[in-house]
Write a protein of this length. Structure first.
Ligand SMILES: Cc1ncc(COP(=O)(O)O)c(C=O)c1O
Length: 393
């Protein structure tokens, strides 16, 4: 058997293997594990979107390759109109967009489309692992931007060395943020665009959670910044706002050069998606309503935050995303604490160090808990955490 490529061997080991092993063991023992680990909407895709797919699948024009330049035209048109509605920015469906097979695919291949051996990308630490791993697989160097609690989990651009800024071709940012749940203001995006213009960097803004927001909060976008278009590519996903993770569809928009570069890469790699999925995704962008799911996440967020506070652990109440990023209250490592929660309380949380060294000292808890109808599983998780894991610390 030939050995796998060096780039595959360079992928770091799966950090959550030990946690997964304990979870399997607990389930075999019949323990009722409450899994706060998975960042995948537990609610079904809204029925009208499913029906749009059924209609589109009956239409034989969706049964062939999508031979368009950058994506199924009705989908890109819907994306442009959604974008104008959400952000007040008019973009051209033909030149400012490219359809992606979920934003993960697009983000990963953007790294490949831009980075040669020896090139660099600035990546958040902690951050969604795809940015750093794909940068490394493409032969590039991932230069970490530490996200500290005292800075609202935003990178301090003034701390980036001139050498790093000169070498970097890409800067990845993600707000609303996985894993920290932090949000960025319009002025952060202004500063980031200014920085990227100065050093000729493409700002890659991952907005997978842009519409998972609460309490009237709406996330700003980098493309709202005056003159940003040439220096920004944004990734949007249908996955989280419309409970469509399995459908694998999203889009990138922004710099015509960047979307064309990603489009060229993809032309030589994939043949787009089942057009019926794109057709239903267009329907979701034009008519989708996920308020019921957002209301459910909000009820769960409040249930978890309030009941953890009662149990003696004060954690932040995020304005966006379905993640709670909480400082470990016991002085243990994030992995040690997560293992103990699982062993003693049957509650699975993700150790922050899995998202980068700066994630040490934190754990991530997801609100997408299967079988929870209004926060009762989360209240039960908090009760168990308070009883066993905090009491013993
Ligand atoms: C920050 C972030 N970006 C992108 C993605 C990828 O989402 P998708 O490929 O389903 O669009 C995820 C998924 O968890 C994520 O957390």
């Amino acid at each position: 058997m030939p050995s796998p490529s060096k780039r595959i061997a360079a992928i770091p080991p799966y950090l959550f293997a030990e946690i997964s092993r304990i979870k399997r063991e607990k389930l075999q023992q019949g323990v009722d594990v409450i899994d706060l680990g998975i960042g995948d909407p537990d609610q079904p895709t809204p029925q009208p979107i499913v029906e749009a797919l059924q209609r589109a699948a009956e239409d034989t024009k969706t049964h062939s390759y999508d031979e368009s330049a950058r994506g199924w035209p009705p989908f890109l048109k819907a994306a442009a109109s959604w974008y104008a509605r959400e952000y007040g920015v008019e973009l051209d469906p033909d030149t400012h967009f490219v359809q992606v097979i979920g934003s993960k695919e697009g983000l990963a291949h953007l790294a490949w489309a831009y980075l040669d051996a020896g090139d660099a990308a600035l990546v958040p630490n902690p951050g969604y692992p795809v940015y750093g791993i794909q940068t490394a697989m493409a032969g590039g160097e991932a230069i970490p931007m530490p996200l500290k609690q005292e800075n609202g989990f935003l990178p301090r651009l003034e701390d980036i060395s001139t050498d790093a800024a000169r070498r970097a071709k890409l800067m990845f940012v993600c707000y609303p943020s996985n894993p920290t749940g932090a949000v960025a203001s319009r002025s952060f995006f202004e500063e980031a665009v200014r920085f990227c213009k100065e050093y000729d960097i493409l700002l890659v803004s991952d907005m997978a959670y842009a519409n998972v927001t609460f309490d009237g909060y709406r996330s700003p976008s980098a493309l709202q910044v005056e003159g940003a278009l040439e220096h920004v590519i944004e990734f949007h996903s249908l996955s989280k706002p419309f409970n469509m993770t399995g459908w694998r569809i999203g889009f990138a928009c922004g710099s015509p050069e960047a979307v064309a570069t990603l489009g060229k890469f993809k032309d030589n790699l994939d043949s787009k998606q089942f057009p019926a999925v794109a057709e239903a995704a267009a329907f979701a962008l034009l008519h989708g309503d996920n308020q019921a799911t957002l209301d459910l996440y909000k009820a769960r967020r409040d249930a978890l935050v309030d009941s953890l506070a009662e149990a003696g652990w004060s954690v932040p109440r995020p304005q966006a995303t379905f993640y709670i990023w909480a400082p470990v209250p016991t002085g243990e490592t994030s992995t040690g604490f997560a293992k103990r929660l699982l062993e003693d309380a049957g509650v699975l949380v993700i150790p922050g160090v899995g998202y980068g060294s700066e994630g040490e000292g934190f754990v991530r808890m997801s609100l997408t808990v299967r079988g929870d109808h209004g926060g009762e599983r989360l209240r039960e998780a908090a009760r168990r955490i308070g009883e066993v894991a905090l009491a013993k610390a």
